[in-house]
Design a protein around this ligand. Structure first.
Ligand code: AMP
Ligand code: GLY
Length: 424
């Protein structure tokens, strides 16, 4: 079996690493991959956003399955293009990917489906949007409609902040076409959790829960990032909550998509806020989360390639997904200055020493190979990951591994999984 993994971040290294460990021992090809994926497969220098280049690569490589990591190629129609050539693709077509690609489309589907979510209104006119903010009393969330590299959402404590966010998007045009329309949303309060479901067009199988840490500094302070760490399972959700989430969030959304003629295959990722009134959907992503994947996949027992192929072919079965007991924690090591400007090309030491610890995997995100060394090449550089008998054990082990790694300017949070520890 040959699998083409599209993307080159920590999520894709975790996918490639875990797929390579399946009993089928699949051959892994990554496009473009990174310095980590080259140790579990073969990297090919085709960019993840280059749809024609990826179709040409698939024609040359003839993979049995294509697993698409990032949202951009899904929203650009990579799955549609590959499926037209007969390839089995894990990842939704362009129409399904709109759940992530358009926050207005997503909200429309959620409402029509009767899924619990924040109240919201859409605007193209800044004055009308500001009048709505004032009527709401100030604390709102302003969201650019389209993909804005993770920067299109502003959680505003005051009307002045909201008005500034509205101007950025609708007047100054800082998000370009992605920000020509905004959603002004009720601000929800609670703890966030990520629930990912495998979807084969009909059936949904939920994966183990996870929690991300979006702020750069300990205690959830400082600016938002792509994610500074994650752990699984997330005890804020009890197993007994999952059937209701499956029905009220996943089944209802997929039924509404079917009514609209959309067949969804791949991961549907629900970002949920656990409010006093129950779980509400903050967002959908049309792909695996990063860094949630790094904390979820090491816990997956059985063949991941078999399950993902079954998804792509519309024959998923709940028996294909099971979990190792215990917990997994991923700590992201970031470049100094991230999420602002940061340097690249810093030599990374201690990768082998960290990876030699039992039950530890060091996933590469922004790395490159240079003169026989591994150097930094992005904002999020590594995702150091450890399994443990429980969260406490996984946390102790992951920080032992983190402390073996060094590069100039390295920063990481020291409180990953603190919420879970507090619940113990
Ligand atoms: P999104 O890009 O939609 O995932 O939003 C990014 C982050 O903004 C989420 O992970 C939340 O932390 C926050 N957020 C989004 N929508 C809301 C909301 N309605 N209330 C409170 N926080 C939100
Ligand atoms: N961890 C958040 C995301 O993947 O969007």
């Amino acid at each position: 079996m040959k699998i083409l993994v599209v993307g080159g971040g920590g999520r894709e290294h975790a996918l490639a690493w875990r797929l390579a460990r399946d009993p089928e021992r699949p051959e892994i090809v990554c496009a473009p991959g990174n310095a980590g994926t080259s140790s579990v497969g073969r990297n090919v220098a085709v960019d993840a956003a280059d749809v024609p280049g990826l179709v040409a690569l698939a024609r040359a490589e003839r993979p049995d399955l294509v697993v698409v990591g990032p949202e951009a190629p899904l929203c650009a129609g990579l799955t549609d293009a590959l499926a037209a050539d007969g390839f089995a693709v894990f990842g939704p077509t362009r129409d399904g990917a709109r759940l992530e690609g358009s926050k207005i489309f997503c909200k429309d589907v959620l409402r029509a489906a009767g899924v619990p979510t924040a109240a919201a209104e859409r605007f193209t006119d800044a004055a009308a949007a500001k009048a709505y903010v004032r009527a709401q009393g100030g604390a709102v969330v302003v969201k650019a409609d389209g993909l804005a590299a993770g920067k299109g959402v502003t959680v505003c404590a005051t009307a002045a902040e909201a008005e500034a966010a509205i101007d950025e998007s609708l007047v100054k045009g800082v998000f370009g076409d992605a920000g020509r329309e905004v959603l002004v949303e009720e601000c929800l309060v609670g703890e966030e959790v990520s629930i990912l479901g495998l979807v084969d067009g009909e059936r949904v199988v939920l994966l183990a829960s996870a929690q991300d840490h979006k702020r750069i500094f300990d205690g959830d302070r400082g600016p938002n990032t792509g994610g500074m760490g994650a752990y699984s399972p997330a005890p804020v959700i009890a197993d007994s909550d999952l059937p209701a989430i499956r029905e009220q969030v996943f089944e209802r959304t997929l039924a509404e998509l079917r009514r609209r003629g959309v067949t969804y295959r791949g991961v549907l990722y629900a970002g949920l806020m656990m409010t006093a009134a129950g779980p509400k959907v903050l967002e959908f992503n049309c792909r695996f989360g990063d860094p949630e994947t790094q904390a979820i996949l090491p816990r997956w027992a059985g063949s991941v390639s078999r399950a993902l192929l079954a998804c792509a072919q519309g024959r998923l079965d709940a028996s294909m997904v099971s979990w190792h007991p215990g917990a997994c924690v991923c700590v992201v090591l970031a470049a100094g200055g991230y999420p602002g400007a940061y340097a690249k090309g810093k030599v990374i030491d201690g990768l082998d020493a960290a990876g030699a610890l039992p039950e530890v995997a060091v996933f590469h995100a922004g790395t490159a190979a240079k003169d026989g060394r591994v150097v930094t090449a992005g904002g999020r550089v590594l995702g150091v990951t450890a399994l443990g008998a429980d969260i406490r054990g996984a946390v102790a082990r992951v920080y032992e591994a983190v402390d073996r790694i060094r590069f100039e300017g390295m920063q990481c949070r020291r409180d990953i999984a603190a919420r879970a520890l507090k619940r113990l």
